[in-house]
Design a protein around this ligand. Sequence first.
Ligand SMILES: Cc1cc2nc3c(=O)[nH]c(=O)nc-3n(C[C@H](O)[C@H](O)[C@H](O)COP(=O)(O)O)c2cc1C
Length: 330
Amino acid sequence: MAIMDASLSIAGLTLSPPLALAPMVGLSHSALRTLTLELGGVGLLFTEMLSVTRLPQENAIVSPFLFRSPEEHPLFYQLFVSPGQDVVPAVERLHQLGAQGIDLNLGCPAPNLRKQGAGCALTNDHEQVRHIVAMLRCATRLPLSAKIRLGTSLNEENLVDFCQMLEGEGVDLLSVHGRLHGEKFCRRPHWDWIGKVKSALKIPVLANGGIFSVEDARKCLALSGADGLMIGRGAACRPWLFAEIARDIYGVAYAPSHMNLPDIYFRFVQLLERFRPERRLGRLKQFTHYYGQNFTFGHHLASAVQTSSSVEQACDRARKFFYRSEELQV
Ligand SMILES: Cc1cc2nc3c(=O)[nH]c(=O)nc-3n(C[C@H](O)[C@H](O)[C@H](O)COP(=O)(O)O)c2cc1C
């Protein structure tokens, strides 16, 4: 396959390469963002979703949602908004925090978000979404992106109308998770349907969903024709995946890290130390759930960490697991 264009320009910002770490609650925090940057190949970072009403009051020094180191760049902060909420105070806060972009969550099907009418629930009312995007566009000159799923059913006309409306209101980048609102992660994503969005829009489109290997990335790009990829769980399982895709698909080589699986795990633990002690263990457990998938008996690692009552105990147990394990090379 021909080497693809290794950089993508959106509203004056260059993504190089066009590979993004997806917004994920409890996972897309400073530690994982930094780890993926260190391993190379990630061109755009997202925060997990942040409440537009709570954001203005969050303390950026201690909040694990807002804590960020200077190397985490470019970083888009993802907002979830319910009908009737004012976005301006949150946008002003993001300007103060030095955001490189703002993302609107239009795809999350989580019940707590649905109850508030936010995430994918918002997309039932196109006029409401139009109003929120217009408010955001008016409040910021930063690049504005949105993240969607494919809708409630596969309906090309609805999907394209909705996405063209977002583009018309000034969205600069669209990330499309190739699943319907009700579809579980175990179903294969509809990467070809992302292609229907891509061919109807002028703005760049990132394809998202089910990318865990270079082969998945290749297939997804071929089927969707997308301008780049957004990777979520695959990045928590294999934080070096961006570097592999960058090398094999975009022809961008990164210096090999020489870190093996335990080194990468403990580097993640070290990066968690930036958070207050009480914020670390939960995030380590969540990461280990995915990272354990690199091992045949990774569920033993995940459950050993899951039942730990401190980071020290979790690390001790992880060390013992790695000692017994034969698969240590990345
Ligand atoms: C633990 C977890 C938390 C997530 N949190 C968010 C979120 O905050 N905002 C969002 O738009 N999507 C969220 N997602 C969805 C991901 O961004 C992504 O669309 C989805 O996981 C599919 O991509 P993947 O197959 O590469 O993981 C979350 C997914 C997971 C697994």
